[in-house]
Design a protein around this ligand. Structure first.
Ligand code: AMP
Ligand code: MN
Ligand code: MN
Length: 319
């Protein structure tokens, strides 16, 4: 492949001839998944297409870009005759959750993503692990289509700020900054977006951060913390309030790997990994998950939090 983006042209041709288009991001949607969906949905509406967005409920940090009239909240069984399904920010088909059924019924499928673990599950794949975010890839596509505007730019900037941690993570490149500059030229309110995405937080997330700090376990340069579903519920919180914990753990002096483990309502165990040097995508992939080299995740089933902590620690010790 001469150019990572050589599939953009065939993709745009595909979009032009499709009408019923479904967009979906990954389960427990984050700033990048949400923003990529909204950005492309807006571009499609400008083309008089008929797009719908499938996204699970997400936390209220994204109120300022919330767009209820894009999200489909009815029975997924009613979605029929999908010409084109576009998966955004999903490393593999399982990450689509319920939307996977619609993906499998669609006439044509496209997978747009930046995870190194991506297994090219679409009929057409635009996957660039060097892109900071799926939102950055959306910029390249929507810019090529000539459909950028302030609204779309606000979504894209939000996704980039989220996935780069405010241009701090090592996925941030020269191109990421160029794009950010172009988005600001379009009038994006970067101060408001940084605040909403990165610093503004609810009292609930502070309570969970405090509890997770009480639960810290350190072994050499590895830090682990856990939250059981009972702890989350008894503090009047939800697992959606845990997003800021994993980076806080990694920022501890002397730490190289952080692991945050929490129990979901259904008893499954969600594990997040962050690292300064070691490949945590490999570790997450070992547990059936994936992600990026320095940021990855997995969901474990049929074990307690304590067991999950033990197996994860064993795996990290062995690398
Ligand atoms: P998280 O710790 O869940 O925020 O995830 C860190 C990164 O890994 C994000 O880019 C996620 O999209 C990705 N990721 C998390 N869980 C999985 C999984 N089960 N499979 C593939 N990628 C994942
Ligand atoms: Mn994501
Ligand atoms: Mn992403």
């Amino acid at each position: 492949m001469s150019n990572i983006y050589e599939n953009i042209k065939p993709f745009i041709e595909l979009v032009e001839k499709s009408n019923n288009i479904v967009l979906a991001g990954h389960i427990s949607p984050d700033g990048d998944a949400i923003s990529s969906c909204f950005a492309f949905c807006s571009a499609l509406r400008k083309m008089n297409k008929n797009p719908i967005v499938l996204l699970e409920d997400y936390g209220n940090s994204y109120e300022y870009i919330k767009n209820d009239n894009m999200i489909y909240r009815e029975d997924y069984n009613n979605i029929k005759d999908v010409d084109l399904f576009i998966s955004l920010d999903c490393g593999d088909i399982k990450r689509l959750g319920f939307a996977k059924e619609i993906f499998e019924k669609a006439k044509y499928t496209v997978n747009i993503d930046h995870h190194i673990s991506n297994d090219n599950f679409g009929k057409l794949n635009i996957v660039n692990p060097k892109a900071s975010s799926t939102s950055e890839i959306m910029f390249e596509i929507i810019n090529h289509m000539g459909k950028l505007d302030l609204n779309i730019a606000t979504y894209i900037y939000t996704g980039i700020v989220f996935d780069t941690g405010g241009f701090k993570h090592n996925c941030t490149t020269n191109r990421t900054h160029q794009i950010a500059g172009e988005l600001i030229s379009l009038g994006v309110d970067s101060v408001k977006i940084h605040s909403n995405v990165l610093t503004l937080h609810s009292l609930e997330s502070s309570k969970l951060l405090a509890r997770s700090i009480q639960n810290i376990y350190i072994e050499n340069d590895i830090i682990v913390s856990t939250l059981s579903n009972d702890e989350i519920v008894s503090l009047g919180c939800s697992h959606k309030n845990t997003g800021n914990i994993i980076q806080y753990l990694l920022d501890t002096k002397g730490i190289n790997v952080s692991v945050f483990i929490y129990e979901k309502e259904d008893g499954s165990i969600k594990v997040s990994f962050r690292s300064k040097t070691i490949d945590v995508n490999k570790i997450a992939s070992y547990f059936g998950g994936g992600g990026h080299i320095l940021a990855a995740g997995a969901t474990l089933k049929d074990m307690t939090i304590q067991q999950a902590k033990e197996v994860v620690l064993q795996k990290i010790r062995s690398v």
